[in-house]
Write a protein that binds this ligand. Structure first.
Ligand code: CDP
Ligand code: MG
Length: 756
């Protein structure tokens, strides 16, 4: 599941009130005019007036995200948008575009919505723009991210995560609330931005000239975008870039933290003043690097070394907003700032004053293998484009230096030229469900800017079919419709729906909330033996022997019993931020489940209807888990090493995690079900992160579903009927048969190895 890791204040305005900026002063307005984008202001406004689609590119930090929305909202009026397009431009479009039906002038101000692939960026940008326009955050300028709305119906500039805009398209496919949509950070090609290219394009076409789309990108690879939007104009804001000296150092990827700290300290001792930005792969690495850097500096200090003061700080998505604000504060005269960051600072957040960049050359990415269904966070090499972006962070305000912790040869040979778009490497299940809910009948034919490929789309349809979110013709069911109300992966949404019938909703919502936030346990390194052993004892103490999932529920419940005490969390090695977040998400999920039409989905949960309430909830809970995850059932292989299982569906060998209650107590039931699998992409082995003991009779009736998947039917649903014997059908049939053959052979080979 996607981690939801912000420090958030759901639905509260308290953040805004503590942040009321002073009226925008002259200095701020002067600074805005110094940004490279300012030179293009008139061009941009003219292009938006005269075209339905416009692309703007410019170096990171040139002002795209903060300025364009202000230009549009402050300098344009709605009548500029509703006025007919010049004939020359109107001719370009193969549809009617001078017939804006929305000609009521009930409001003259332009309203813009700006998407960001990251929550932190949405918040930060809204804050910054609120300050620049001298207004209260949540008023004229606001933001909405999942589980947190800090805007009002009259908000003129609204920053949202791209996922939120996809959701808004569900309620309002024509996006009638807005006059201009800005899809920002398009170069990142995040999953939802990719989908929005198509959804917003359709909305623009339907609004016949009353809606404009601006796509902004930090790189110049915009031909693909321009072609997708009827060869729309591209405006380039020239960045004022200073030269950056690039150096390569041969460093082992495993030693990236230590080596980057050493490099940073060398720079601090030997190089002129200027801040340092270090790219690592995860928040844990950033925290560790900060600690290590601090210790090293203390040592040097104690040995009598004279040095300028150094401020050390991390920057990653799950930091609270107060911590984030520190990053953007100017470094005091005479001292140096060093920021250990994740990919977040690559293009979406600009830290001013950086003169040195240290790049480890890696990034943490979600990778999905459609064959095994495994989705893993893996550390992989960045692309060459990304390496250039990172380097560019050093030359914004002065000449800079960039230290790459890899060989020049690796840059050329091991790094892909461009970043692979997320849509081509993730599990598309919830995306496909959303598309179906948007009324798209055949997702295989959806106009993606780059299609994820039939195989991945079919895999997603298959998962949805197994969950009964779609029928055998790939059409949305009542269950699929209700599942989509939750901003969750479909399996988890189904768990919550099911739990209403299994009468364990309170616990299930708790579980899903915890799984929606980051890991709740404070990470402790194994070499820190005392603390590590203590953590193990604590985790044992909370264990519910037959379920890792119930163990998590138990942790939460125990915290709740202390009336959410902070000292309880400290004592038990629990991350305050994560638990607090889980509590907020929990409230939101309960609110959503109050609005569900349970009568509509009752028929899907017949097996739960006869269950009596008096048995232990624990058993009903475990049984309920099979509703969302029966396809992840795995059977104990007794002949193999203890804790080895074979999945019922894909016949993959899986093992329980070392932190799982089953490993902790060496208790290996006949059947387990897991919710998350981690593992290698190539080997047919996975680690079940979280598992629950189930009875085979709970899934017996469901297992045949797994055999019933008719892929061809799923694929052509919504198409004009295809008759057997046509060439297309034949080719597909042949392909499916070869696939089946191949799978059979693999299974046979595997079964030989794994004697049951
Ligand atoms: O989107 P783009 O990368 O082109 O630039 P931007 O994010 O609009 O940033 C323009 C300027 O505003 C940069 O100099 C940022 O450092 C500054 N900014 C800031 O000081 N504080 C923020 N929270 C956001 C941006
Ligand atoms: Mg930007």
């Amino acid at each position: 599941m996607e981690p939801l890791a912000e420090e958030t204040k759901i639905g509260s305005q308290s953040e805004a009130s503590s942040d009321i900026p002073t009226p925008a002063d002259d200095k701020i307005q002067e600074d805005r005019k110094l940004l490279p984008i300012y030179e293009k202001k008139q061009d941009i406004l003219k292009a938006i007036c005269e075209n339905l689609f416009v692309i703007v590119t410019g170096e990171t930090g040139s002002g795209k995200t903060t300025q364009i929305p202000q230009y549009v909202v402050d300098d344009m009026r709605r009548e500029d948008i509703l006025a007919p397009l010049p004939e020359k431009s109107a001719k370009k479009y193969p549809f009617k575009c001078n017939d804006a039906y929305d000609s009521r002038m009930d409001r003259r101000e332009v309203r813009a919505v700006v998407t960001q692939p990251r929550r932190v960026a949405a918040i930060q940008m809204a804050k910054r723009v609120a300050i620049e326009s001298g207004c209260r955050l949540g008023g004229h300028v606001g933001y909405t991210i999942r589980f947190e709305d800090n805007s009002n119906p009259d908000t003129g500039i609204k920053y949202v995560t791209d996922g939120i805009l996809v959701r808004e398209c569900l309620m309002d496919p024509n996006l009638e609330n807005y006059d201009v949509v800005i899809l920002d950070e398009a170069h990142e090609r995040s999953l939802f931005t990719d989908i929005l290219f198509s959804l917003v394009k359709q909305a623009v076409i339907r609004r016949k000239g009353a809606l404009r789309l601006v796509v902004t990108s930090a790189t110049l690879q915009t031909k693909l975008f321009s072609e997708f939007f009827f060869n729309c104009p591209i405006i380039e804001a020239s960045g004022r870039c200073y030269p950056v000296d690039v150096m390569y150092i041969d460093s082992h990827p495993e030693k990236r933290i230590l080596n980057s700290v050493k490099a940073a300290i060398r720079i601090h001792i030997n190089e002129p003043i200027g801040d340092i930005l270090v790219f690592l792969t995860g928040f844990d690495e950033c925290d560790k690097a900060c600690k290590m850097c601090h210790e090293e500096l203390m040592k040097l200090h104690e040995s009598g070394k004279e040095m300028a003061p150094m401020l050390i700080m991390p920057l990653y998505g799950s930091m609270n907003t107060k911590q984030q604000n520190q990053i953007f504060q100017k470094t005091p005269e005479g001292s140096r700032k060093i920021v250990f960051c994740t990919n977040i600072a690559e293009t979406s957040l600009t830290v001013d004053g950086i003169a040195y960049v240290i790049d480890c050359g890696l990034v943490k990415q979600k990778v999905h293998n459609p064959e095994t269904g495994m989705e893993t966070l893996m550390v992989v090499p960045i692309s060459q484009v990304q390496a250039q972006q990172r380097t560019g962070r050093a030359g914004r305000t002065m000449e800079g230096k960039c230290l790459r912790l890899y060989k020049h040869k690796d840059f050329e040979k091991k790094m892909p030229k461009q970043t692979v778009p997320e849509i081509l490497r993730t599990n598309l299940c919830s995306t496909v469900l959303t598309l179906l809910n948007l009324g798209i009948k055949n997702v295989i034919q959806f106009e993606f800017i780059e299609t994820p490929g039939k195989e991945s789309l079919l895999f997603a349809l298959k998962q949805l079919f197994l969950l009964k979110a779609v029928d055998k013709d790939a059409q949305l069911t009542d269950l699929g419709r209700e599942m989509n109300r939750f901003p969750l992966e479909p399996s988890y949404a189904k768990l919550i729906l099911a739990s209403n019938f299994y009468k364990c909703q309170d616990d299930m919502v708790t579980l899903v909330s915890i799984l929606s936030t980051e890991n709740i346990w404070i990470p402790v390194a194994a070499r820190d033996e005392t603390r590590f052993n203590k953590l193990e004892d604590i985790r044992k103490g909370f264990s519910v022997e037959n379920s890792d999932h119930l163990t998590l529920v138990n942790v939460y419940q125990s915290w709740k019993d202390t009336r959410y005490s902070e000292s309880f969390l400290r004592k038990n090695f629990l991350l305050f931020r994560a638990m607090k977040q889980a509590r907020k998400i929990r409230e939101q999920l309960l609110e959503i489940s109050d609005r569900i039409h349970y009568k509509n989905v009752e028929k899907y949960f017949e097996s739960a209807l006869g269950l009596s309430d008096d048995g232990p909830t624990e058993k009903r809970f475990r049984r309920c888990m099979t509703e969302g995850f029966y396809m992840n059932a795995a059977r104990h292989i007794k002949a193999q090493k203890e804790g080895t299982y074979l999945t019922a569906h894909d016949k993959i060998i899986v093992k329980v995690d070392r932190w799982s209650v089953f490993d902790m107590f060496s208790n290996y039931p006949d059947w387990l079900l897991y919710t998350e699998l981690a593992g290698t992409m190539t080997g047919n082995k996975g680690i079940m992160r979280l598992a629950t003991d189930i009875k085979v009779k709970w899934i017996e009736k469901k297992i045949p579903m797994l055999e019933k998947v008719d892929m061809e039917r799923l694929e052509y649903a919504g198409d004009p009927p295809l008759h057997a014997g046509t060439k297309r059908t034949k080719i597909i049939m042949e392909k499916i048969e070869t696939l089946i053959d191949q799978k059979k052979k693999e299974n046979e080979a595997e079964e030989k190895n794994a004697v049951l």
